[in-house]
Design a binder for this molecule. Structure first.
Ligand SMILES: Nc1ncnc2c1ncn2[C@@H]1O[C@H](COP(=O)(O)OP(=O)(O)OP(=O)(O)O)[C@@H](O)[C@H]1O
Length: 248
């Protein structure tokens, strides 16, 4: 981890209301460059809302959101569309792939849409790490769910975006597959100087992260990072959740 203190995603006093519901309630947060930041919290804590505001998919009711130095809240729809297409990769917890395209076509779709190419070494490396070498000509329906999510995560990396925002991509996977998926994201951060912000209800995710942010009722409850290692971070997160006497 290179913790240079610079933020790739910055939220300042962000509030998001859905009618009378405050999904985010004055969130101020910095997700540092070259870090895997885990946003952890129980269902309804506001994790998805936070990611959607950071991706420019939703606009905050008040407050500001900066991504890669760009103030999203000041952009019009056309400029926001460019950020969404070119600067940010978003991974959903399921149904990320186009069912009528092969795995290879799904994987390279963002490059085709942006009329760009990627370094062959990056593509080969991603395919190998994601365990997809044997499946490039398969259709998504022929893959199991964990493989489909691997394609989605590898696809998010293929354009080398400013930041990958992932909404519980390992939700519902068996522990081994979840570990492989999170490991792929963690290695991308460290080997390709990537930036990842991942939301999850599962404290286990902290074992792969550099920094954990606990969110509850739309507020940042606690932020944790442990230079001594990820296991210490996972232990601290479990302890904090237990101490709150309100497990996720
Ligand atoms: N489009 C919407 N309209 C109304 N209320 C919403 C909407 N989106 C989210 N909410 C509410 O805002 C709160 C935060 O929701 P959000 O989905 O961000 O939480 P979450 O932490 O991602 O939850 P989960 O882990 O269940 O996905 C919840 O109370 C939710 O019901």
């Amino acid at each position: 981890m290179r913790n240079d203190g610079e933020a790739i995603v910055r939220l300042e006093s962000v509030t998001k209301n859905y009618g009378p519901k405050k999904a985010l309630d004055g969130v101020t947060l910095r997700c540092l460059k070259n870090n895997f930041t885990a946003i952890l919290g129980p269902p309804g804590a506001g994790k998805t809302t936070l990611l959607r505001c950071a991706a420019g998919l939703d606009r905050p009711t008040s407050g500001t959101v900066d991504v890669a130095g760009e103030n999203l809240t000041s952009l019009d729809e056309a400029a926001l569309d460019v950020v969404r297409r070119e600067r940010v990769s978003y991974v959903f917890s399921s149904r990320n792939l186009l069912p009528s395209l092969t795995v290879a076509e799904n994987l390279t779709l963002p490059l085709r849409l942006a009329r760009r190419s990627a370094a062959p070494s990056l593509v080969i490396d991603l395919v190998r790490r994601a365990g997809l070498s044997e499946h490039l000509d398969s259709m998504p329906a022929d893959l199991c769910r964990s493989q489909q999510q691997m394609v989605a995560v590898a696809r998010a990396m293929i354009t080398s975006p400013a930041v990958i925002l992932a909404d519980d991509p390992a939700r519902g996977l068996d522990p081994r597959s979840a570990g492989e998926l999170l490991g792929l994201l963690a290695s991308y951060v460290h080997d390709h100087a990537g930036n990842v912000v991942l939301a999850s209800h599962d404290p286990m995710v902290a074992a792969y992260a550099d920094r954990a942010v606990l969110l509850r009722s739309g507020r940042v409850e606690r932020e944790m990072s442990f230079p001594e290692g990820k296991e210490a971070l996972e232990r601290a997160v479990h302890l904090a959740v237990w101490e709150a006497r309100d497990p996720f």
